[in-house]
Write a protein that binds this ligand. Sequence first.
Ligand SMILES: Cc1cc2nc3c(=O)[nH]c(=O)nc-3n(C[C@H](O)[C@H](O)[C@H](O)COP(=O)(O)OP(=O)(O)OC[C@H]3O[C@@H](n4cnc5c(N)ncnc54)[C@H](O)[C@@H]3O)c2cc1C
Length: 319
Amino acid sequence: MEIEYQAPASLKETVALLAEKGERTCLIAGGSDLLVWLYQGLLEADVVVDVQRIPELSVLQFSPTDGLTIGAAVPWCRVCEHPQVAAFYPCLSLVARLIRSIPVKGRATLGSNLCTTPASSDAIPALIALEATCNIAGPQGQRAVPVEQLWAMPGQTTLGRGEMLVSVHLPVPRPHSGAWYIPFYPGDETDMIYVRVAASLALNDDDGEILAARVVLGAAAPTPLLLNTVSAVLVGQAPSEPVLDTAAALARVATWPTKDAHGNAVQRAQVAGLLTRRALCGALLQAKREIQPALHQDPGGLTVSTKESRYRFEGNGVQ
Ligand SMILES: Cc1cc2nc3c(=O)[nH]c(=O)nc-3n(C[C@H](O)[C@H](O)[C@H](O)COP(=O)(O)OP(=O)(O)OC[C@H]3O[C@@H](n4cnc5c(N)ncnc54)[C@H](O)[C@@H]3O)c2cc1C
C-alpha cells in the first residue's frame, strides 16, 4: 500500500494538512517508532506528515528570563549537547545522556517521546519535576498544558483531533533549587527500566526551608505519578531524615500493586521508596550547590552508568 508523504514548511500548513487529510494521517519526527509500527503493520496510515522542516518544532533555546524551549522535532542528541541545558537543567541533560542507543539518540525526539511512551519514558518524570508545559497547536489555535496533563490513559494523549505538539517549555529554575533523576534497571543494561524517580526542590535562602517540591514516579503505574502527597509533607519543612523517610513511605504506597516480568508489587514499592529518597537527596545537594552534576554520578554514591546494574533484587529486598 502506498503512503502519501508530506513535508510542510510551516506550522499553519501542517495544522491545515491534519484537518484536511483526516484520521489516517500521522505526524513523523525522527521516525524511530512510527516507521517500525508501519512496517510491522501495527499502524495503518494514508498520509505521513514530516514535521522536521517546521521552524517552531526545531527550536532549542534558553533565555535567562524565559527559560528553555525545546521544539517537538529536536532530537535527543541536541538536548544532550546543549551547554545551557547542562548548566541550568542538569537533570534533563542526564536524561538525554541516558538514552542508550546512539542511533536513537540521533533521530528520536523528546516531543515524540512525550506523545507515545508515558509509562516507559525517561524524559517524562524529569519534565514533570521541572514543571514543564507543552505548547500545542490545532484547528482552534494554540494552547499550553502542564506535561502531567498530556495523557488521558496509557498510550493515549489528551491532544484533540488535528492537534499536535509544537514544543516543551521549562521555566527558569528557581533560586536555590535542584532536581535529580534516578532510573532503576533490575538486571543488566538490556533490561527495561523498572521504576524511575525524578525529584525537584526549591529552598528558602534564609533558613533552608523547602518552598516547593515535586516527586514523580515513572513506570510505577500505567501513567507517570506526580506525588502531591509528597509535596504536601515536604513544603514548609526543613530537610531532615524523618521528612525524607516520610516522603519515601508515601512513594512506596503510591505504586500500583502489579506484578510483571521485571518484579512483583513489593519490590516495585520498595524501589520507589528507595529511589524517592535518593532523588530528593540529589535535588537537595544541587539546591545547596554541593554537587556539580555529571553523568554517571549518583548523589547517593551509586553509579548511574548504563553499563552496570544499579541495584539488584534479593528475594523481596533490594541491594
Ligand atoms: C532502540 C530504542 C531505544 C530507546 N531508548 C529509550 C530510552 O533509553 N529512554 C526513553 O525514554 N526512550 C527510549 N526510546 C524511545 C524513544 O525515545 C521514543 O520512542 C522517541 O522519542 C520517538 O521519537 P521519534 O521522533 O523517532 O518518533 P516518531 O517515530 O517520529 O513518532 C512517534 C509518534 O509520535 C507522534 N508524533 C511525532 N511528532 C509529533 C508531534 N509534534 N505532535 C504529536 N505527535 C507527534 C507520531 O505521529 C508517532 O505516533 C527508545 C526507542 C528505541 C527504538
